[in-house]
Ligand binder design. Structure first.
Ligand SMILES: Cc1ncc(COP(=O)(O)O)c(C=O)c1O
Length: 380
């Protein structure tokens, strides 16, 4: 039988490759982005309680209503803007499913989608799968800024969607108010939809305000926001996230969502609804991760790696150009095999595999793990 799958040229993700290598060589794994500490016991107990209280059948297609109400309140508290829980918020199987569904809802063959590289790895294959064309614009190094003149040059009648991500994985940078105003200006008067991947909205440092698209009234009208409880409450394996957008966009989203996943794990949604009643649970997160970032950077300040402190996310990129001229993939593999520490080479997120001699380390780890990692990095 001759198989003719739609997605070709898909390699095993670098996350799987590096994690497998880390396991094989018993290395400290700072490659994949997940915490190695437990989610709050209160939240775990709350999921069990929801199961024992009968939340075990299909949730409504758009999600548990209490959870949608809680998200609506959270957005009002943080950004002073309203999304109606009935028709402007949908609970998804992680942000990944929301991203997949948004792209699948709108992208037709020949439509163009602008993304910024380095980029999170699920955008491009989903665009491909739907026959769309990815227009990749490289972020300017060393600060990973968007060159808006380049964006203006690439926008044309075929541009259907622009995907942004702030705070940004993998670089740990954030978009400024000026960036958002520029995006608003460039999309005004067009039919371009914006997908704003804001899964790290609660992990932003040095008292900087997260610039959500919903803070900009014209931008909000054309935008989807994707969010992830996995990132916010240290349980990436639960794969529960959410998506919000104005009603016309969300109505379209749900036409695909209902056949893509229909609904998401119900008891977890009920537990999250209860847990969100206490804003401190997400308001404390930036402080918590800023301490981790500072601990990690302080421990490696005398190493030969160069860095600008991450401004958001739980990732820190380290420049090793003064250590070796090896490719980032070779160096990341060698560090794992010979030195016992795993990271992610940034070139895999870049167009044409551009290699800036930079590795990404995840600091969502216990202090003991960070200390053990730093000990190794200081010897390199
Ligand atoms: C930028 C970005 N978007 C989306 C996701 C996916 O989130 P989820 O695990 O909720 O599907 C991730 C996970 O690493 C991410 O880093």
């Amino acid at each position: 039988m001759q198989l003719d799958p739609k997605l070709t040229n898909v390699e095993t993700s670098i996350f799987s490759v590096m994690s497998a290598l880390a396991n094989k060589h018993n290395a400290i794994n700072l490659s994949q982005g997940f915490p190695n500490f437990k989610s709050d016991q209160k939240l775990i107990d709350s999921v069990s309680k929801a199961m024992n209280s009968g939340y075990n059948q299909y949730a409504p297609m758009p999600g548990n209503f209490e959870l949608r109400q809680a998200i609506s309140k959270k957005i009002e508290l943080l950004y002073n803007t309203h999304y109606h829980p009935e028709n402007e918020i949908t609970i998804t199987a992680g942000a990944t499913q929301a991203i997949f569904t948004i792209i699948s809802t709108f992208i037709k063959p020949e439509d163009e989608v602008i993304i910024f590289k380095p980029a999170y790895d699920c955008y491009e294959p989903t665009i491909d799968l739907n026959g769309g064309k990815t227009i990749a614009i490289a972020l300017e190094t060393p600060n990973y800024q968007i060159d808006w003149d380049k964006v203006a040059q690439r926008i044309n009648k075929k541009t259907k969607l622009i995907i942004i991500n702030t705070p940004h994985n993998p670089s740990g940078t954030v978009m400024s108010k000026a960036d958002m105003l520029k995006l608003q200006e460039l999309t005004n008067g067009t039919n371009i939809i914006v997908l704003s991947d804001e899964v790290y909205e609660h992990i932003i440092f040095d008292k900087v305000q997260h610039q959500s698209v919903c803070l900009f009234s014209e931008l909000k009208k054309r935008s989807f926001i994707t969010a992830s409880f996995g990132k916010t409450f240290h349980n990436t394996g639960w794969k529960v996230g959410s998506c919000c957008a104005p009603k016309d966009l969300m109505d379209a989203f749900r036409t695909v969502h209902q056949f893509n996943v229909f609904s998401v794990h119900h008891p977890t949604q009920k537990a999250l609804a209860d847990y969100l009643k206490e804003p401190q649970h997400y308001l404390d997160l930036s402080h918590f991760y800023q301490e981790k970032r500072d601990t990690f950077l302080n421990l490696i300040k005398d190493s030969r790696f160069k860095f600008t402190p991450s401004k958001g996310t739980y990732f820190q990129v380290l420049d090793y150009s003064e250590i070796t001229s090896e490719s980032d993939i070779d160096f990341a593999k060698r560090l794992t095999i010979e030195k016992g520490i795993a990271s992610i080479p940034l070139s895999v997120f870049n167009d044409d595999r551009r290699d800036d001699k930079v590795l990404r380390f995840c600091f969502a780890k216990t202090d003991e793990t960070l200390e053990a990692a730093a000990k190794i990095l200081n010897t390199i």
